[in-house]
Design a protein around this ligand. Structure first.
Ligand code: ADP
Ligand code: MG
Length: 685
C-alpha cells in the first residue's frame, strides 16, 4: 500500500477522524504510522488489592460484589463498584459514566487499571479502565503507548486508529535499511518495529523495536549531515608511534585504570596513531577520572617528540592539573609548565620563550594559552578540559597553534554545545561510564530554607568535629562576578558572627587574584580551613578528598548539571559525603528538580531529566536548522547507540558518499525525505 496516501482515504479513518489527526500534523498514512508514542505505560503486572500503594497506577483482577449510583448534584453522576480479590476489597469510582452499571454486573470478574487512592485500609481506584476477564484484554494487562496529544484528541483515539490501520493485512512497511546493516547490528525489520511500538506484544519486543528506530534515526541524521555538509572533514594529521615508555608512566600511577578509562585511552591512542587528525570528545561523569586519561594521552604525544597543551577554564583547575601532571611526569624528565593570567609579565615572557624553544613539553593554562603571543615549536596534541566553558572558536584558536594537531575535548556535562558539536563538528566520542572503585555515593538532601539553621548548627559542626571539611556555595548571581563576590563576603561575615565564631572560615571568589585563590585553596587542602565559602569558581575539578559536606544556598537558581558538578567536589575520599541543597522556592518545578538531585548520582540521567523538565524544543532546536527531528532517539539516553550509528555512517559514507549503490537506495530516499528542507534550500541556490 502507498504510504503517502492521504489518511482520510485510509480504510476505517474517514474525513472526520482525519481532521482530528491533522491537528497532530498527521496527513499521510506514513505520518500516522511514524507517529510514535512519547512513553509507555506498563499495565502488565496484575497486583493484589492488599499490595496497592497510594498513588499507584495499577492493574487488578477482581470480582464485583456491589454496585451503586448516586447523583449528588445536577450534571454529576457517580457510579461506584465494590470489588474484591482474595486479599481485600476496593471501590472503583466513575464520574458520569452511567453505562458502567449496565455493562458490569455483580458477580462478573473484571480487569481494572486505575489510579489508587489509599487511606488506611480503604482502597479506591479512579480514572479506571475496566474490561471483562478475557484472553485478549484490550486496555489492561498490556504495555500501553502514550502519544503526544493536542486538545480534543485522546490517547485512546489515536491508539485505536493506529491499531486499526495496522490490522489491515495489506499494510506492510517495506524495509529500507541495507540488509547487511540489519544483520550487523541485529536490528529488526521496520515493519516489526512500527507494529511493536504501537502495539507491543511484550516488553522484549518493544525494546527490540525501539532499538531499531533509535539506531535508524541516528544513522540517518549523521549520514544526512555528512552528505549535505560535504562529507567527513578528515584532515591529515600526525601519525604517532607506539612507545614502550608509556607503559612505564602508566604503571607508575598509584592506581589501576578502570575499564572505562582504559577503553577511552585506547580509542585516543588509536586515533593518535592513525594518519588523520584526532577530533575526539571524552564524556565522563564528575570524578570518573578524565585527568589521568589526558595525562597519558599527553605522555604519548611527548614521547613522540611533540609538545602538548592542556587548557582549563579556571586558574584553580589549571593549577591543579599542573600539580598532578608535574608530580607524575617529573620523574620521567618531562617539563610541565603553567601559563595563567596572573603570572607576572616577566615570568610569562620566560615561559613563552621556553615554549617556543621547546624547553617545555606540556603547557597547561587557562585561555591565556590562546593569546597570539603564545607560540609552540611543534604542537602535537591539544586538550581542553570541561570544554563547555569554551566556545568552539577558542578551541580552534588553540589548535591553530600547531599543524593539524590532534584534538581532545573532555566534559562532564553533555550540554547544548556538545550537542552542536556532535551535529556539526563531526567529533568522535569516548565515554567513561564507570567511577573508580571504592567511591561512596554522595547522599543528597534538599531542605527548605526554614531548615537552614539546623543544617548549619548540626550537620556542619558534626563533620568538622570528625575532622572533615565543608564547602558552602553562595547563591548564583546573574552574570556579575563583582556582586557574587560581595554576596560571598557577606555570607562569610554572617557565618562567622552567627554560627561559626570558633571555626576557621575561608573565602574564595572569582574577583580574587590568582595567587590569593591559590593560597586559599592550598590552606584548604592543608586543613588550615574548616569551612570554605565559595562562589561557583569551585565548580570544576577541584580535588580535596577530606571535604565531605557541601551546602548549596539557593540551590533552585542553579542548573541541575551545575549542581551535579558542584556536588562532585565532595565524595572524593573514603569518607561518606553529603550534599545539602537549601532552596527557597515553593514551585512544583523546583520540587521536581530537587528530588532528581536526591535520587540520582548519575550525571547523564540528570541532564536527561533536566531536559525533560525544560522541554526538548528549547534544547534541541533542530527544526529551525532544517534538520530532521529525533522522535525516539535521545542523545543522552542513547549515547552508545549514537556512537555505533555514527561509526556505521562513516563506513557507509566512505564507501558510497552519494548513497548511489544499489543496497543504499532505500536509505537515500528516506534521508532525502527527512532532510527535505535542506534539499530545498540547496536546489534554490
Ligand atoms: P574528573 O573526571 O571529574 O576530572 P578526576 O580526573 O579529577 O575526575 O579524578 C578524580 C579523582 O579520582 C582523582 O583524585 C584521581 O586521582 C582519582 N582517580 C582517577 N582514576 C582512578 C582510578 N582508576 N582508580 C582510583 N582513583 C582514580
Ligand atoms: Mg576534571
Amino acid at each position: 500500500m502507498d504510504l503517502n496516501k492521504d489518511i482520510q482515504y485510509v480504510k476505517g479513518i474517514g474525513p472526520k477522524r482525519a481532521q482530528k489527526l491533522n491537528k497532530l500534523n498527521i496527513f499521510t498514512l506514513k505520518d500516522l504510522l511514524y507517529y510514535f508514542p512519547r512513553q509507555f505505560e506498563d499495565r502488565n503486572n496484575i497486583k493484589k488489592i492488599a499490595q496497592l500503594e497510594n498513588e499507584d497506577r495499577a492493574t487488578i483482577k477482581a470480582i464485583i460484589v456491589g454496585s451503586h449510583t448516586s447523583s449528588p448534584r445536577k450534571g454529576l453522576n457517580i457510579t461506584k463498584l465494590d470489588v474484591r480479590d482474595e486479599t481485600g476489597y476496593a471501590k472503583l469510582v466513575f464520574f458520569n459514566q452511567e453505562y458502567i452499571k449496565n455493562a458490569f454486573k455483580v458477580g462478573d470478574t473484571i480487569l481494572v487499571f486505575g489510579k489508587v487512592k489509599k487511606e488506611f485500609k480503604n482502597v479506591e481506584l479512579t480514572s479506571c479502565e475496566v474490561e471483562h476477564l478475557s484472553n485478549s484484554p484490550k486496555s489492561t494487562c498490556k504495555i500501553i503507548p502514550v502519544y503526544p496529544l493536542t486538545y480534543g484528541v485522546t490517547n485512546k483515539e489515536v491508539s485505536s486508529i493506529i491499531k486499526g490501520v495496522l490490522n489491515d493485512k495489506e499494510i506492510n512497511i517495506k524495509e529500507y535499511l541495507p540488509i547487511n546493516i540489519l544483520e550487523k547490528y541485529k536490528l529488526c525489520s521496520i515493519d516489526y518495529a512500527v507494529r511493536n511500538i504501537h502495539n507491543p506484544s511484550s516488553k522484549e519486543a518493544l525494546k527490540i523495536a525501539l532499538y531499531r528506530i533509535v539506531f535508524e534515526e541516528f544513522l540517518m541524521l549523521q549520514l544526512g549531515l555528512f552528505m549535505f555538509k560535504n562529507g567527513v572533514s578528515e584532515v591529515d594529521g600526525i601519525k604517532f608511534l607506539e612507545n614502550k615508555k608509556l607503559e612505564e608512566i602508566r604503571s607508575s600511577l598509584p592506581f589501576k585504570l578502570t575499564k572505562a578509562q582504559e577503553r577511552a585511552l585506547n580509542e585516543i591512542i588509536d586515533d593518535m596513531n592513525s594518519n588523520s587528525a584526532m577530533n575526539r570528545l571524552v564524556q565522563g561523569d564528575v570524578g570518573s577520572g578524565k585527568t589521568v586519561v589526558a595525562l597519558l594521552a599527553l605522555s604519548h604525544c611527548i614521547l613522540n617528540g611533540y609538545q602538548g597543551a592542556l587548557m582549563a577554564p579556571t586558574e584553580i583547575l589549571a593549577e591543579q592539573h599542573y600539580i598532578s601532571l608535574t608530580e607524575t611526569l617529573k620523574p620521567f624528565g618531562v617539563n610541565v609548565e603553567l601559563l595563567v593570567g596572573s603570572l607576572t609579565k616577566k615570568n610569562k615572557e620566560k615561559v613563552l620563550e621556553r615554549v617556543k624553544n621547546k624547553e617545555i613539553d606540556i603547557l597547561i593554562g587557562t585561555h591565556a594559552l590562546i593569546e597570539d603571543k603564545v607560540e609552540f615549536n611543534n604542537l602535537g596534541l591539544v586538550i581542553t578540559d570541561e570544554q563547555h566553558r569554551f566556545g568552539v572558536r577558542q578551541r580552534s584558536k588553540l589548535s591553530e597553534k600547531g599543524e593539524n594537531p590532534d584534538i581532545l575535548v573532555m566534559t562532564a556535562t553533555p550540554i547544548p554545545r556538545t550537542l552542536a558539536l556532535i551535529l556539526y563538528g563531526d567529533l568522535d566520542i569516548s565515554i567513561i561510564d564507570e567511577l573508580p572503585p571504592g567511591r561512596q555515593p554522595i547522599e543528597t538532601i534538599a531542605v527548605d530554607k526554614g531548615k537552614r539553621d539546623r543544617a548549619y548548627n548540626s550537620l556542619v559542626r558534626k563533620e568538622v568535629e570528625k575532622g572533615r571539611q565543608v564547602y558552602i556555595v553562595c547563591p548564583l548571581v546573574e552574570e556579575s562576578e563583582a556582586i557574587e563576590a560581595k554576596a560571598a563576603t557577606e555570607l562569610v561575615d554572617e557565618l562567622k558572627s552567627e554560627y561559626f565564631s570558633d571555626l576557621r572560615v575561608g573565602l574564595l571568589h572569582g574577583k580574587m587574584k590568582g595567587s590569593e585563590k591559590d593560597s586559599i585553596m592550598k590552606s584548604f587542602k592543608n586543613k588550615e580551613i574548616d569551612i570554605l565559602v565559595s562562589t561557583t569558581v569551585i565548580e570544576v575539578g577541584v580535588n580535596v578528598p577530606n571535604a565531605t559536606l557541601m551546602i548549596i544556598e539557593n540551590a533552585e537558581r542553579f542548573g541541575l548539571a551545575q549542581l551535579h558538578q558542584l556536588r562532585g567536589r565532595v565524595g572524593r575520599g573514603s569518607h561518606k559525603s553529603y550534599c545539602i541543597l537549601i532552596y527557597a522556592s515553593k514551585s512544583e518545578v523546583c520540587r521536581q528538580r530537587m528530588s532528581i538531585m536526591e535520587e540520582t548520582n548519575d550525571g547523564f540521567k540528570i541532564s536527561e531529566k533536566d531536559l525533560e523538565i525544560r522541554g526538548p524544543g528549547e534544547f534541541f532546536g533542530t527544526r529551525q536548522h532544517g534538520l530532521p527531528e529525533l522522535k525516539v532517539a535521545n542523545i543522552f539516553k542513547h549515547m552508545k547507540i549514537l556512537k555505533l550509528a555514527q561509526q556505521e555512517a562513516r563506513i557507509i559514507f566512505s564507501k558510497d558518499s552519494k548513497l548511489d549503490n544499489y543496497e543504499n537506495k532505500g536509505l537515500k530516499r528516506e534521508i532525502m525525505n527527512k532532510f527535505e528542507n535542506i534539499v530545498k534550500e540547496i536546489s534554490l541556490n
